[in-house]
Ligand binder design. Sequence first.
Ligand code: GAL
Length: 689
Amino acid sequence: MKKYTPICANFPHFLHGGDYNPEQWIQTPEIWETDMKLMKEANCNEMTVGIFSWAEIEKEEGKFDFSWLDTIMDKIYENGGRVILATPSGARPQWLAEKYPEVLRVLPNKQRIECGYRHNHCYTSPIYREKVRIINEMLAERYAKHPALAGWHLSNEYNGACYCSLCTEKFQEWLREKYSNDIEKLNHAWWTRFWSHRYDKFEQINPPKESEMGGEGGTNGLNLDWKRFVSDQTIDFAQKEAESIRKYSDKAITTNCLGIYAGYDHRKMAKCLDVYSNDFYPAWFKGTEAEAKAVAFVCALCRGMKDGKPFMVMESAPGINIWGMNFRKIKTTGQQILEAFLYIANGADTLQYFQWRKGRGSGEKFHGAVVDHYGGTDNRVFQTVKKIGSYLKKMDGVIGTGIEAQVAITYDYDTRWALDGEAEIKWSSRKNGYQKMTNAFFYALWEQNIAADIIGYDTDFSKYKIVCLPVPYLMDEKIATKIKTYVEKGGTIIATYLTAVANDTDLCYLGGVPGAGLRELFGLRVDEVDNYEEEGCVYQNHVQYQGKEYPVESIAEEIIAEGATPLAWYQQGEHKGNPAVLENRYGKGKAYYIGFAGNDTFLYDFMKTLLQQTNMHPDSEFTAQKGVHIMHRQGDGQHYYFVLNCTDDTKEVTLHKKLWNLLEEKEETGVMKLAPCGVKIYYEQKKEN
Ligand code: GAL
């Protein structure tokens, strides 16, 4: 495979740096001088600047002062660094909210918020959009040709929704377009005759609300379309931001996403970006092995966003993270280093942190940073960052290489929204079911050192030997046809319980499940859906597969085979002796159906058999002990093997040939010891066929 073009064409090195807030130190510019020295000492070469700087650039409406930013841009460049410059839309100045209250977000209960916090503007407000356009264009025009500029960072972690009248009207307009201005089409798609919810006109439609807030929350189609609208509106806002930058600059544009955050469709967001980037905050206190695979999963999702193209790690914590956790557990030095290489091994081409320097006050003053309040360089976190930076300097060759996975797992935001909507009406086992099952497929492969991509329904399936469809509850007929064609031509599909139950507006298919024409693909029909998950449920069930018994954790579907061959059977309950897992030949390929929610061991064993049958094996260059994971990046004949000990114990790995150890700069072969969280990177140059 060929290498991808580097994110920064004129700086083909690992960007190593992170969020820098020099405006917080505007009264002590000597700190800026120190930062420059420390940047070099920490082996950092990048600063992400301007994310929350609006109030310091435009102190009064229309009066712009870029002088401090000019100084910072120049200084970073003079010190050998590069800048990812942010647009400041993530937080607005007070004067803007005071003069134009429409920019402030409205909560579902119709209360308009006060100015404060961040990420809380209305995405529809024409005034906010215009003010953002003006400042963005000024930034783009001013810095487009600055030699320090490496790329653009739109806003910050776009998220949330607004319920103001402007958003409501925009939602109605969005619906009009979707349903061809025909309210009866919408009434049918949302099944509104249920509880007499029929609409006479689009103007009657409000955003959904929790029932205790007094409003409509029980129409699944409405809930789903609202989520789609919020996603589209957020992406449209980002798109407009990107356009204002592109008018002046040709540097790469990104925004820091949060791949598994369900507030918008990240795959659609990725389309308006030149490069996908993500913020990562693993919870290492949960254990090295558990978190390592969770990180690898998100990385696979990130590299799938732009069909395998390397992504950016825009934020990660040097030391502790303070959000989303009830307590503050430091990461070990080993975990910090492992974390860095997990990202890169799994397809990242940058390593950036939040944050460069701890502020003296306010909400993130105790958040991990490269530079501590202490200010010295002999502390553990600074030294670890410095060490990582010294490694990255040896890795220019890795830039632009990709991962050739033969297995893919689909991840569809619409399906997730639809299933979350069902969870709200308390069919408990569907709660988190989507995320859990998607993870479970990935982990089953990760444990066997088989790389998997996380892809969308729009991705080309033909390059994969196996495509896994976890809980594909929502199924559009076009996608169903694509799946059938893939199998017909020789592909292998694995789907789970709740396959193609409903169409894309969450209307159940008539004529048997799987719907959308997939009954013939799987050669079966689901007759009933049983469930064992509820607390207090005294019944249990097991499934027998290849002579071994596995517990049913929640869903257990009663399946009628219509040509498919059973591979596993229920052991108890009403459906004792009936099939739980089936295989069906279809055209040149095969379709597998897993009708129950089992534990990780089942999926591991099931995938193991399938991998053997499909002749898929881990890289033959190595034999590794359990807990050691090997990722292979390649491009233009260059091969990099990342050997990662994702445990807290010493492990062994055997090299079956001589390979170049990139970090330690020597040739190695035979049995190698890996310290807890230890990392080795091996390099090989091969002739391309
Ligand atoms: C991120 C955010 C950063 C910072 C960080 C702290 O979600 O983008 O600005 O707040 O969290 O962990």
